[in-house]
Design a protein around this ligand. Structure first.
Ligand code: SF4
Length: 342
């Protein structure tokens, strides 16, 4: 593989106009910000963020549902990043109920095995995290265990973004973690340059170079700059687990309307593990009321520093929106690494 300096030099040589590429991965944003990658790119080359943070795209109605489980006396277990995301009536951290931070679904099951109380795991994440959840449900966890499935799939959101055309994009840097599971065959339907990229600065530079080359050569295909981890068909066993346990459903994303077939709901055979059905809770649409522009940041049409609240009213200690809460949220990442513009 070429060195970072060689890739930078190649990019400076080839970039002859403005190019804007979107990544859909909080880990990509963190890697770009941590390594200061934007500062070494040619002037015309821009990387914008898309809806790549699973906590950030979880709509407020699902946070409110998690709070309802607490009100019903359940133990709610979830990832630390979700705790401080504001819901309509506070957050899981501030609600005063029995809320436990866990590293994964298996830890939530362990809690359920040691108590008679109901335990609800708030299950967020893209394709990457779903196989573990599916495998856990297939292992017959105890009856007092259930999940709120907040899972989302990346390709339907990309389809929506391309159909809307709000952000003027030349192509996509595809999320390496997601493609380890899903492969990239499904992305071949999109008539736009795409490159699967890993998470080292050199991986990202290589991905960008391959994207610029596609644009210049008038090609639009899916190329793989992360072959050490990703292959076209992905992980068939992981994909089989997902389809054994989940059905695709139409769901809302924060900042987006309902996107067809972009979410995962438990199949009827697993209804006894579906916390929504078990406790009769409906997910409601909640209108945004604060000045938070997470919705626009997640659609790639605004950057965190466009928000009037950034770093003033909204900080990691006093987050107004989810993008300032999650480690994969653009606002938190920009605040941490003092990024000020794309
Ligand atoms: S800075 Fe805070 S309020 Fe503004 S978009 Fe980001 S999370 Fe929302």
């Amino acid at each position: 593989m070429a060195t970072g300096d060689e890739l930078k030099a190649a990019l400076h040589e080839i970039v002859d106009r403005n190019y804007t590429f979107m990544h859909i991965c909080g880990t990509h944003e963190a890697a770009i910000a941590r390594s200061g990658l934007r500062s070494v790119l040619p002037e015309g080359l821009h990387i914008v963020m898309g809806p790549g943070c699973p906590v950030c795209i979880t709509p407020q109605g699902e946070i409110d549902a998690a709070l309802e489980f607490v009100e019903k006396g359940c133990i709610v277990a979830t990832y630390g990043d979700l705790l401080r995301v504001p819901g309509t009536k506070g957050s899981l951290e501030s609600c005063g109920g029995d809320v436990r931070v866990v590293q994964g679904v298996h830890k939530a099951v362990e809690i359920a095995k040691k108590t008679d109380k109901e335990v609800v795991f708030i299950s967020v994440g893209f394709e990457t995290t779903v196989p573990t959840v599916a495998a856990t449900l297939l292992s017959h966890p105890p009856e007092n265990f259930s999940i709120l499935s907040c899972h989302r799939l990346v390709p339907p959101a990309m389809k929506w973004l391309l159909e809307q055309g709000e952000a003027s994009l030349d192509g996509f840097l595809l999320p390496g973690h997601v493609c380890v599971v899903s492969g990239y065959e499904e992305y071949e339907q999109f008539p736009v340059p795409q490159v699967v990229a890993g998470f080292e600065p050199e991986d990202i530079l290589l991905g960008l170079l391959m994207l610029v080359k596609q644009v210049k050569e008038g090609r639009h295909e899916v190329e793989n700059a992360y072959p050490r981890a990703v292959c076209r068909e992905g992980n068939p066993k992981a994909k089989a687990l997902i389809s054994e346990v989940f059905d695709t459903v139409d769901v809302e994303w924060r900042g987006f309307p309902v996107i067809p077939k972009s979410g995962l709901a438990l199949k009827d055979e697993f209804a006894h593990y579906d916390a929504r059905k078990k406790f009769g809770i409906e997910i409601k649409h909640v209108e945004k009321v604060s000045g938070c522009i997470c919705d626009r940041v997640l659609r790639g049409i605004a950057q965190p520093t466009d928000c009037k609240l950034f770093g003033k009213v909204c900080t990691p200690r006093t987050p107004v929106g989810p993008c300032m809460v999650s480690h994969e949220g653009a606002c938190k990442i920009w605040n941490l690494y003092h990024v000020r513009h794309l």
